[in-house]
Design a protein around this ligand. Structure first.
Ligand code: ATP
Ligand code: MG
Length: 331
């Protein structure tokens, strides 16, 4: 399929529902760019297995949930192609070829791999987990993506993809495209615990599907400045997770909130209520859009998207095999 517009490739692991970190880190950009770019959104179920290999039965629910989150956030299936990674065998084939010239040491020293291995408590990493940036490089390059909208944690992986492309093109033929990275306006949103990035797997997230009462409860429990005990104590917004969220979801009121907090003029209770209402305002139109799609609509969207993505992948793989001189019956 000839490229009419420039292409985007991005996606998520179906390991749970999408949260505000995904939205500000990547999803918001995808929605904004879907008119301008030909967009491919991958539901990376094989990559989910790198950490969740024993939980295959939960993949179905997560795939349905994530697709529903995409549609709620404003991805339009008539513009963006949403597809399932495992159903495109050519991606796995390309991963295998890339792995032939990928150094194990380079993967071991990748900072995101190190952080995630520690988070998951892996002492001895599996072959699949260590190699997931290789599979990600195949996801991106099989679509000849020009742009990859992702959060900050993905930067080392996209750099790695660029190196793979240069190496492949130099070794065989200039078939693949070096992608550019675009990180969201908030490249790494902190979790409700104030400790690590907001993450599906760390139990520190506000999900896009959370109803108002759940959002209120989660914001109520969010970590604030530990030095503030009484309402009138002067606060330290720089160490307060709730203040960080005001900067993201309520930027207009930030100067006022910062001053009132430092002077002890606003208590944490009022400050949290205000934040929760701003987050609920952001999520309200998403709850409305979500209602438009049934499970069977979601399945149809995934089937159509996967078939379209498959066609593109088949074409690129033909070029790859030709470049590598492994298209035996054509020679
Ligand atoms: P898991 O814990 O299962 O790895 P995750 O929450 O890290 O889940 P991913 O599916 O790994 O989510 O990431 C999907 C996309 O969302 C990536 O582009 C990633 O950079 C971005 N992203 C994830 N969490 C955040 C966050 N807290 N802030 C900004 N971007 C994020
Ligand atoms: Mg992750």
């Amino acid at each position: 399929m000839p490229k009419i517009k420039k292409r985007i490739l991005t996606g998520d692991r179906p390991t749970g529902s999408l949260h505000l970190g995904h939205y500000v880190g990547s999803l918001k950009n995808r929605v904004k760019l879907q008119d301008e770019y030909e967009s491919y959104i991958i539901i990376a179920d094989v990559q989910a297995l790198t950490t969740h290999w024993e939980k295959g039965e939960s993949l179905y629910d997560s795939v349905m949930q994530i697709t529903s989150d995409y549609l709620a956030a404003g991805l339009d299936p008539n513009k963006a192609t949403i597809f399932i990674q495992s159903m495109i065998p050519e991606i796995h084939e390309l991963t295998m070829y890339f792995s032939m010239f990928t150094s194990v040491n380079v993967l071991r020293h990748n900072p995101t791999i190190k952080t995630e291995a520690a988070q998951h408590g892996f002492k001895d990493m599996t072959y699949g987990f260590l190699g997931y940036p290789v599979s990600q490089a195949a996801d991106i390059t099989i679509f000849k993506a020009d742009l990859v909208p992702v959060g900050e944690d993905q930067i080392p992986h996209i750099e790695f993809t660029r190196k793979i492309v240069r190496r492949f093109n130099e070794l065989y033929a200039p078939v693949l495209v070096e992608p550019e990275i675009i990180v969201g306006e908030i490249p790494r949103l902190i979790g409700l615990d104030g400790q690590a990035k907001m993450s599906k797997s760390l139990n520190n997230a506000i999900f896009l599907a959370d109803p108002p009462e759940v959002v209120n409860q989660k914001v109520w429990n969010a970590v604030t400045d530990p030095a503030r005990i009484r309402k009138n104590d002067p606060g330290h917004p720089e160490v307060c997770t709730v203040f960080t969220y005001h900067q993201v979801f309520n930027s207009a009121e930030v100067p006022e909130i910062e001053q009132d907090c430092r002077q002890g003029n606003i208590g944490c209770v009022a400050c949290k209520k205000n934040l929760a209402s701003k987050i609920n305002e952001l999520l309200a139109p998403m709850h409305e859009r979500r209602k438009n799609y049934s499970i069977s609509d979601i399945k149809d969207i995934l089937k159509t998207g996967t078939a379209k993505a498959h066609e593109v992948a088949i074409e690129t793989m033909q070029e790859v095999r030709e470049a590598m001189k492994i298209d035996y019956f054509k020679q």
